[in-house]
Ligand binder design. Structure first.
Ligand code: MG
Ligand code: MG
Length: 631
């Protein structure tokens, strides 16, 4: 199947849209009427522009309110269609795209509609054109693809075919099986969109919330599987109406579009056991076994203070890089790399972002195959400077220009800490922290869907629905990507946060630190009270939790008094889900930026979202106080 994208998906004027679409590697485009109308040139110029960019024009859509018009208006709609045929011919494309009528005076009756389409097909055929018919979920009489197909079937004209659009099919939860009975050559176009499940009218849902395959909750693989049985070999065309995309970068949305289709075709092929025609070949996605290390970029001036903080957190310096100003800190299975080298990636990252997480390393079943998959998905590989004898760890560009490294246990990459580091010092008593529980990344709201797609296409990963969290400065959207949980490894849990308000902690983080990045890392302990006790004894400042929180906890839970008192004493928050309980506490942040979370999970699978509002309020208070001039 060939891929295409509608101009409505991306931001900008028509020229900017087409350039972004071509730059992403698309070779075909659906022109949206609004984009054409606003273009300050003739259709012939648009045709030339597309030809110069090597873009075929699939159609110029839509043509509305055609079928079922009462007798006095019927002639007029055919006249309109003839004008549209003129336009299509000027553009050098051959398909009139008709979406089902929403006109108040449109009449139903499947044979009447079929007769309209037979005549339209006859007129189109005279000019060597075709007609595709799509059922809008909010169509007046035709709002189900099975009915639009029945109209097309009864029209019984070779120039009339049907258009399948996944949004209109999934939003109405329609059965996919009847797709298998449609002959592939009678499907003239397939439009692809995903969307989150929402309770709202079809029109508002469809005009604002569609997203790229993999970013929403529709089972597009099941659709593709049904489609594959029809023998359809036309375009797979993205048609996404999304407010975030309209506000985002056209180039990155177009690139994400290509990535989403590549991933969708790959997944469909893998699940059905036979690669789809036209699908890119790539290794299958692997589950992330664990976060192997977290690398901070830090300059020499700030390093002493940060090392003291790490030591107070129970980490011990266990290695020194053989050739670079880089040290390795360790506690349990948590490894932190401090990079103060004057050259290379971390240094430039530190100059731009200040002290921050510049790289995450993930352990996967096969690091080099993971890089191959990343390349096939159009991710950006990164190659750093490597001295002789040191490991060349595969990496791609991640959020905010940071790096994502891949290591594995099957090659020497798993021995990175021995190959690249000389052992130093002796481990001292730690604070009981054993694993990285989750990593929280904060980003521009417009970027969230992009990074969601990045992680879920690259790895064998699942995602939770997006959740709204209340910050005193506005709403923060939060969505979780999980991989490799329950496989005998620690796995990988990643929380993505984005906010449209400029006053939330998330937004301030992005502004103050010159971009998106890791805002907090949660570390797991089996005994949070003992761990927090040690941290406090070591001088770590924990985030204070208001007394009201514990009064409320007493009201809404059955926790014993002694337990409540212990939690209050140590500023530990509590949550539970049907499977278990969650205890967590936060360190105060470094300069209003990065902080650690300490967590203890007992069967619980969430992230303490119920407590996020309290945490964000306290952090906002502290940040405000820090901004006051010294008294
Ligand atoms: Mg459509
Ligand atoms: Mg957290």
């Amino acid at each position: 199947m060939r891929t295409s994208i509608a101009t409505v998906c991306v931001s900008g004027n028509l020229r900017e849209k087409l350039e972004a679409i071509a730059a992403a590697g698309f070779r075909a485009v659906e022109l949206f009427e609004n984009d054409l109308i606003a273009f300050p040139g003739s259709p012939a110029e648009v045709r030339r522009l597309c030809a110069d960019l090597d873009l075929a024009i699939v159609t110029c859509q839509p043509f509305r309110d055609f079928e079922g018009m009462p007798a006095d208006k019927r002639q007029r709609t055919f006249d309109r269609a003839e004008r549209k045929f003129d336009l299509l011919q000027e553009l050098g494309t051959d398909m009139l795209f008709v979406c089902s009528s929403v006109a108040p005076d449109a009449q139903g009756g499947i044979d009447r509609l079929a007769a309209d389409f037979r005549e339209l097909g006859e007129r189109a055929a005279r000019r060597g054109l075709r007609v595709g018919y799509e059922a809008l979920a909010w169509g007046r009489h035709i709002n189900d693809y099975r009915d639009s197909w029945e109209v097309v079937r009864r029209a019984d004209h070779p120039a009339v075919g049907t258009v399948l659009d996944t949004f209109h099919i999934f939003s109405r939860s329609l059965d996919l099986n009847p797709i298998r009975a449609i002959p592939g050559d009678r499907i003239f176009l397939v439009q692809i969109a995903d969307a989150p499940r929402m309770q709202m009218d079809y029109l508002s849902w469809g005009r604002h919330w569609r997203c790229l395959p993999g970013q929403g909750e529709f089972d597009l693989v099941a659709f593709m599987d049904a489609l594959a049985t029809t023998g359809y070999d036309g375009y797979l065309s993205l048609e996404i109406f999304n407010d975030r995309f309209r506000a985002g970068s056209a180039r990155s949305v177009a690139l994400d579009g290509r990535r989403s289709l590549i991933a969708l075709m790959d997944e469909t092929g893998r699940k059905s056991g036979a690669p789809l025609a036209g699908a890119a070949r790539m290794p299958p996605p692997g589950a992330v076994e664990n976060v192997e290390f977290i690398e901070f970029a830090i300059d020499e001036a700030d390093r002493g203070q940060f090392e003291a903080f790490l030591a107070a957190m129970g980490f011990a310096r266990t290695g020194q890089h053989r050739s670079k100003d880089v040290s390795l800190w360790r506690q349990g299975n948590i490894r932190i790399v401090l990079n103060s080298d004057k050259e290379g990636f971390a240094h430039s990252y530190q100059i731009t972002h200040g002290t921050s997480v510049c790289a995450l390393a993930l352990k996967v079943p096969d690091a080099r195959r993971t890089l191959d998959r990343a390349r096939a998905l159009l991710d950006t590989p990164h190659k750093g400077a490597v001295s002789p004898g040191e490991l060349d760890i595969p990496a791609v560009r991640g959020l905010g220009g940071s790096l994502l490294y891949f290591v594995d246990d099957t090659t020497d990459l798993g021995k990175w800490s021995e190959v690249d580091f000389l052992p130093v010092g002796v481990p001292k008593p730690d604070a009981g922290l054993g694993e990285v529980d989750h990593v929280s990344q904060t980003m521009q709201y417009e970027e969230m869907l992009s990074w969601l797609l990045f992680y879920t296409s690259l790895f064998d990963a699942s995602k939770t629905p997006s959740q709204a969290v209340l910050d005193p400065g506005g709403i923060v959207q939060s969505q979780v990507v999980e991989s490799g949980l329950g496989g005998g490894h620690a796995g990988f849990r990643l929380v993505l946060n984005g906010s449209q308000s400029h006053r939330t902690l998330s937004a301030r983080f992005v502004t103050d630190f010159f971009g998106s990045g890791v805002q907090h890392i949660a570390l797991r302990t089996d005994d949070i009270k003992a761990t927090v006790g040690k941290l406090l004894a070591n001088g770590v400042r924990m985030l204070p939790v208001p007394e009201n929180y514990y009064d409320d906890l007493e009201v809404r839970t059955d926790l014993p008094q002694v337990e409540l008192a212990a939690l209050k004493e140590l500023n530990i928050l509590f949550d539970r889900d049907p499977a278990g309980t969650f205890l967590h506490a936060y360190t105060t942040s470094m300069d209003g930026g990065f902080f650690f979370e300490i967590v203890q999970r007992q069967g619980y699978s969430g992230y303490g979202a119920a407590n996020a509002g309290v945490r964000l309020s306290v952090q906002a208070n502290l940040a405000e106080r820090a901004e006051l001039p010294d008294a």
